[in-house]
Design a protein around this ligand. Sequence first.
Ligand SMILES: Nc1ncnc2c1ncn2[C@@H]1O[C@H](COP(=O)(O)OP(=O)(O)OP(=O)(O)O)[C@@H](O)[C@H]1O
Ligand SMILES: [Mg+2]
Length: 259
Amino acid sequence: MSKRIEVEDLNVYYSKFLAVEDVSLAIEPRSVTAFIGPSGCGKSTFLRTLNRMHETIPGARVEGKVLLNDEDLYAPGVDPVLVRREVGMVFQRPNPFPTMSIRDNVLAGVKLNNKRISKTDADDLVEKSLRGANLWNEVKDRLEKPGAGLSGGQQQRLCIARAIAVSPEVLLMDEPCSALDPISTLAIEDLIAELKQDYTIVIVTHNMQQASRVSDKTAFFNIAGTGKPGKLIEYNDTATIFGAPTVQATEDYVSGRFG
Ligand SMILES: Nc1ncnc2c1ncn2[C@@H]1O[C@H](COP(=O)(O)OP(=O)(O)OP(=O)(O)O)[C@@H](O)[C@H]1O
Ligand SMILES: [Mg+2]
């Protein structure tokens, strides 16, 4: 598990609009990388190119390469469905299937992949995934109850359990804590720290403390103005980005003078 991501000269479009321009960066396995930057600079757009979710929007396309352990996700013949199995995603708002049981929520991705598994294997996978998401103890006695009956923080951990149940190599998280209270946020951050032992993790966050707490590397994106493309301005060790950035715009952003 856990693969290296390498992006080469990536341009990301919504039809004719160039939303993100010329990004190159490498993300190491078993690490956490934070994407930061002002609203509209293309963090979510860029994140979605890493598992080919971007192209599910009509007119959306990319130029350039995204390599997962040296294999180009955009090479002809690559099945985007398989890509999304390898590169899982957790969204801003917890989105469990509300009427589906907790157990079935965990298994939803696996069933979508048309995998047939025995009841015992399914039980094991549910437990393993919920343990991996630090949720097992809270839900083990109500696995057949609907996912909607959990708190927001629990629902987000359920979504993480669902994402890891399909054994991805990479986990993408787009502001996974923005709808959560501080306690649930810390629970997710602790979980991210544990998950990075097994996965490559990329997290978009507006929370500077969160970026500095959870990430090894930080990428700062910015835009020059409305209608202009977002660009990767600076990418480095998180300590450097927050402590001694090279670019003035990074310094302004991380110190709260801008954005
Ligand atoms: N489905 C879409 N169709 C057309 N343009 C889009 C679409 N989604 C995003 N955009 C545009 O792409 C640019 C980047 O948006 P994106 O959502 O990636 O920014 P972001 O950095 O994630 O912002 P935020 O911090 O507010 O989430 C914006 O100009 C946005 O309006
Ligand atoms: Mg976004």
